[in-house]
Unconditional design. Structure first.
Length: 58
């Protein structure tokens, strides 16, 4: 377990984005961006078997 502790140094303050009244950590912004990306891909990509259903084959 000590090997993983050497990869990421968590002994420092987090980075924060300030914009007027808005304040959020960079880690949270990255998570939100990834969630939006996954949501957009889920909307744009077709469901598996959608072409088969369009042709009328069961």
């Amino acid at each position: 377990m000590s090997v993983l502790a050497a990869i990421f140094n968590l002994n420092h303050p987090g980075h924060v984005v300030h914009w007027h009244f808005f304040q959020m950590s960079v880690a949270n912004i990255v998570v939100i961006a990834l969630m939006l990306l996954v949501f957009a891909l889920a909307i744009m990509l077709p469901f598996p078997g959608a072409a088969r259903r369009r042709r009328g084959v069961s």
